[in-house]
Write a protein that binds this ligand. Structure first.
Ligand code: ZN
Length: 129
């Protein structure tokens, strides 16, 4: 069995089509987040590759949610992220880290590409990866 076929069978979520768009560097990081193999301290610590899961801000573990939605070091970047998301997401959509890395199942590909571009911009602005 080819690696890609095996990977598709083992992933909880199928690889979202929008991950084929935009800068490959950020798409790779989002894929790593989705499989819990990213450079975030929480992921690295769970694999025994970091001394602590704590974020450099010391306000909590550096989880996906912390990086995108809670970390005080990225507050200005997050304001821009949420502002741009409000322009494209359906009304009353609750922004969660799952939406940011997996996209929205009920929306078409273009909305998910727009969403991904906004997430990529956030990642670029935070300069974390
Ligand atoms: Zn932090």
């Amino acid at each position: 069995m080819f690696f890609v076929e095996k990977l598709k069978k083992t992933l909880k979520h199928p690889v979202p089509k929008q991950l084929y768009y935009g800068p490959r560097k950020h798409s790779i990081v989002l894929s790593q987040m989705g499989t819990q193999f990213s450079d975030l301290n929480d992921h690295q610590h769970s694999k025994g590759c970091a001394d602590s899961p704590t974020c450099s801000c010391t306000a909590g573990n550096e989880t996906i949610k912390h990086y995108f939605l809670d970390c005080p070091e990225h507050i200005n970047c997050r304001e821009a992220l949420l502002l741009e998301l409000n322009k494209i997401l359906p009304p009353h959509t609750r922004v969660s880290w799952e939406i940011l890395i997996f996209g929205l199942e009920d929306c078409d590909l273009q909305v998910n590409i727009d969403l991904l571009n906004i997430v990529h911009q956030y990642m670029q602005n935070t300069n974390r990866f």
